[in-house]
Design a binder for this molecule. Structure first.
Ligand code: SAM
Length: 238
């Protein structure tokens, strides 16, 4: 918290990019016309300094909630929304060019069960009710390959603790990565937060999930000769 002012966002160590190349005019239009209507309400600190929980019923009725963290260009998120109309999905992504790409894909696919938080996942975790998420996707999180940067990775307590809090008992967390050392850190850290790795053998971390759609980042990894790993965890407790 900044000084004694509890209406301001806490400082958070975000090291990724928020802006890239100049947006195409169509993308600018998607942001101007669509984003406000697709934002899941009071996630921004300015709009909700008291951090009241989101009204998920108002957003999605009785539909279960799935979450995609760092959706990149949004291809996997729109794919899941289209094949699961009975689910409500929220995607978060601080990189505004990615958000604009997603909005274009939402228009194209015509899906209505999707909301977008154009920012840090931690701001969303703050306002999600406890045990409200039935499935979470963390697909190719930023690798931060240098050892001195490993603490910037998503699979660290400052992200995993609030993620675990918002996941329902029995909820699934899917993590994909092409970086062996990221697999190591994920397998070390995630189970410390009440999420059990469901492996039964190599087949299940070498093979994608049955409903998988390969992401832009995975395509790049494959072109560059790196091997995807698919890890599935289940939230324990209940
Ligand atoms: C390597 S990219 C992968 C994008 C996409 N999932 C894919 O597979 O193509 C990682 C993404 O995570 C996003 N990211 C990084 N930190 C984040 C955070 N704290 N909350 C939400 N997204 C984050 C980045 O902006 C980036 O777009």
């Amino acid at each position: 918290m900044t000084g004694s002012d509890n209406t301001r966002a806490p400082w958070r160590n975000f090291y990724g990019r928020r802006h890239g190349k100049t947006l195409r005019p169509a993308q600018q239009t998607y942001l101007e016309e669509d984003l406000a209507g697709l934002s899941p309400g009071a996630v921004a600190w300015e709009a909700n300094p008291a951090r009241r929980p989101l009204d998920l019923h108002a957003l999605f009725g009785d539909r279960p909630l799935w979450l995609e963290i760092g959706f990149g260009g949004g291809e996997h998120l729109v794919h899941q929304a289209a094949r699961n109309p009975g689910i409500g999905l929220i995607g978060c992504e601080p990189f505004i060019n990615g958000v604009a790409m997603l909005l274009g894909k939402i228009r194209e696919a015509g899906v209505t069960n999707l909301r977008v938080h154009p920012g840090d996942a931690r701001d969303l975790f703050d306002v999600l009710p406890e045990a409200s998420v039935e499935r979470a996707f963390l697909l190719y999180p930023d690798p931060w390959p240098k050892k001195k940067h490993h603490r910037r990775r998503f699979v660290t307590p400052e992200h995993l603790e609030p993620l675990a809090r918002v996941m329902a008992p029995g909820a699934e967390l899917r993590v994909a990565t092409d970086i062996p050392d990221y697999v190591r850190q994920t397998l070390e850290q995630v189970p410390r937060h009440g999420l059990r790795w469901t492996t039964e053998g190599p087949a299940d971390w070498r093979k994608p999930w049955n409903d998988w759609l390969s992401t832009r980042y995975e395509q790049k990894a494959l072109r560059e000769g790196r091997t995807p790993h698919y890890l599935t965890f289940v939230r324990t407790g209940g």
